[in-house]
Design a protein around this ligand. Structure first.
Ligand code: SAM
Length: 317
């Protein structure tokens, strides 16, 4: 099943509720990094920049970063992209009010998928800036395969090259490798994580206009892949199921796994490989303290990936 089924306005609400759960370590770790290094990250941005945020969600981290940019009088054209359209309108309304007095920051919204955004950018002949920075926060990059992430980043990079614009990414990636901690945070059996992780079935029912998937008949089963550092989720029926969808019958056998979601916990080497496959390099890394000291709870790393292939346009930090 497509993992995009997890995301709509309700899905985003359920996701945000889950991130407030104490067991969900990525949120506190990411805020720790932003709090400590947010102004350093903003220092890396050139004065006239466009920022395109991929999967902007609640915009709370964005508001924090933009406030730092406003303080430093950066001229920023900010575009927020998300598939969850009502939430995007509401959250952008709040953000616009917050920055209404700032003459340096312009705010726009883009409703659509990452691929829609790549197409939109490719069809935009001109952006009045010399650099585009793609913000990709909340470990969202790791909801796709490493190859797909590289391909998407490469597309954005190629488009920027065509427009003679520098291309940066500011990406937050969860590098936790502690299986127990991950499984506790991503527990599909109870609590707000379960509510979110089952949302795909409810969203599918809404799109189909019928209750094809009954939650009680399914488990959500996580599988931790130690070699790839990836947590993959499957919907697994508790018994043989016959789905009746738009006149077609689909049989799913008891315990037959149906893949629907992934959260990679990629380490620095894996992120570097994704970047290099896209023609990018890692420039600077900000980490939470415990990760640096190799303790259990060292989790989120923020990777600033500057474009370095075209040397005349390169930004090196
Ligand atoms: C893990 S959440 C992260 C939200 C936010 N960036 C943060 O750090 O809190 C992923 C966000 O990306 C959006 N999203 C997921 N898949 C997407 C896609 N293919 N295209 C555009 N947005 C997507 C979701 O609606 C959601 O807001």
């Amino acid at each position: 099943m497509p993992s995009l089924l997890l995301w709509d306005d309700q899905g985003l609400g359920k996701f945000d509720a889950w991130t407030n759960d104490l067991a969900y370590y990525p949120k506190s770790r990411e805020w720790e990094i932003l709090g400590k290094y947010g102004s350093d990250m903003v220092d890396q941005l050139p004065t006239n920049s466009a920022i395109i945020e991929l999967g902007c969600g609640s915009l709370s981290k964005t508001a924090f970063l933009l406030a730092n940019m406003a303080k430093q009088h950066r001229n920023i054209v900010y575009y927020a992209l998300d598939v969850s359209d009502d939430a995007l309108y509401t959250n952008l309304g709040v953000l616009k009010k917050q920055f209404a007095a700032s003459r340096n920051i312009q705010i726009y919204g883009l409703v659509g998928t990452y691929s829609d955004c790549a197409e939109w950018l490719a069809s935009t002949c001109f952006l009045p800036v010399c650099t585009v920075t793609f913000l990709w926060l909340g470990n969202s990059i790791a909801n796709m395969t490493r190859d797909s992430a590289s391909a998407l980043m490469g597309k954005f990079r190629a488009t920027c090259t065509k427009m003679s614009i520098d291309c940066n990414f500011l990406i937050s990636a969860d590098g936790c490798q502690v299986e127990d901690r991950i499984l506790k945070a991503y527990d599909p059996v109870s609590g707000p994580s379960r509510v979110f992780l089952f949302h795909g079935l409810h969203h599918a029912n809404r799109l189909l206009g019928q209750v094809a998937f009954k939650e009680a008949e399914w488990d959500a089963v996580p599988e931790w892949d130690t070699g790839e550092n990836e947590l993959r989720y499957y919907y697994v029926p508790k018994r043989d199921i016959q789905l009746e969808i738009s006149g077609s019958r689909i049989k799913v056998k008891e315990r037959e796994p149906v893949y629907y979601f992934m959260s990679g916990k990629w380490n620095e080497a894996q992120i570097a490989q994704i970047a290099s496959q896209a023609g990018l390099n890692i420039g600077k890394i900000w980490r939470d303290a415990s990760y640096e000291y190799g303790e259990y709870f060292g989790i989120v790393a923020l990777h600033f990936v500057p474009y370095t292939k075209i040397h005349t346009k390169a930004i090196t930090f």
